[in-house]
Ligand binder design. Sequence first.
Ligand code: CS2
Ligand code: MG
Length: 408
Amino acid sequence: MKITDAQVFVGGPGKNYVTLKIMTDQGVYGLGDATLNNRETLPAAYLTDYLIPNLIGMDPRNSEDIWQFFYRGAYFRRGPIAMAAFGAIDMALWDIKGKLANMPLYQLFGGKSREGAMVYAHATGADLEDLMDSVAHFVEQGYKAVRVQCGIPGMPSASYAVPETKGASTEYMTDFSGVRPKVETWDTGTYMRYMPGALAEIRARFGPDLHILHDVHHRLLPREAAEFAKSVESVGLFWLEDPTPAEDQEALRLLRAHSTVPVAIGEVFNSIWECNKLIENELIDFIRVAATYAGGITHVKRIIDLAGLHHVRTGFHGAPSHSPICMAAHAHLNAWAPNFGIQEYLVLGTPACDALFPSDHRMENGMVYVSDAPGLGVDFDETEAKRYTYSPGSHPVVRLQDGTIWNY
Ligand code: CS2
Ligand code: MG
């Protein structure tokens, strides 16, 4: 069996999804997601210029060997661009494998460990009251877990992932007016004084059963993160995400020494080599990698297995940055993984997205039910794809009040 052709499409409803389609001489094709948010043309070029010419003629069933060929063959290993490109190829090869076996992927992993996988939504508000309305909206829809972010009184501009005006759209992460970022202003002291009380109010309003998550988005120093984690302990968070920039992994020992708050890290990691020390030293509780830029299903399965040895559960990244193809890969991993924790969930279910990526993975009452179709169980409508083109966008950059650049 041989790969005969592969194509890359960039575009989508409100997002530049990077979709790979691999064709074979047996008519079976596979789909992969190589979306690297706000740098989408780069994995697309890596695929088109270097990887696809090598793929043609390979036997698509040898997904492990193909993964190793590209990973080791690059010599300059890892990095989000390469790993997103390898990840897309890997997903597409697993999709083909499942279609050949006539089985949904979770069966090839070892079957279902659960019927539905719990997901969390993003609740956000310009202020706490606005956020409470957003949380209530998700609770009414049956969500059992909600990530909460809100504007902070005294903070000069909207902080991470919040709209500037009440009730505004939640299109807060990418500005598609060009590659020049908008600037947000951050003040750690204001955040540290306000947020613990706000989280306590959310807990008081919604009661003990709601899983509440909060994302610090890498903005605190290690000592500040330890103080913050200690101060929110009574809220009973499901997790505190990215309390510090994760390059300095030893820093988490300070947080661990002062607090039992569950810690989730890893959405910017692209290989097991960034996760292994955090996992082996049991400095985190949830690992946040994504099948897209952590090298696909083959590589993420290795991370899941390592995590399982150390009581670390999964909490895969699922920001709108990932296409429904990556989310389908996650749905299969989540159905199988014995150490599944939760899934961040934002993309599936919008009519435009469903038209471009038809699938019968189902979301109901805050749970995802995996599709039983062979392979990934998601398709790509190329006619629909013609409606979209690439539009450059950017994450905001963050500065302190004196102008110093800070962490987005
Ligand atoms: C975030 C992301 O989902 C999350 O937890 O931290 O939204 C992140 O900001 C984006 O994926 C960046 O592209
Ligand atoms: Mg995050």
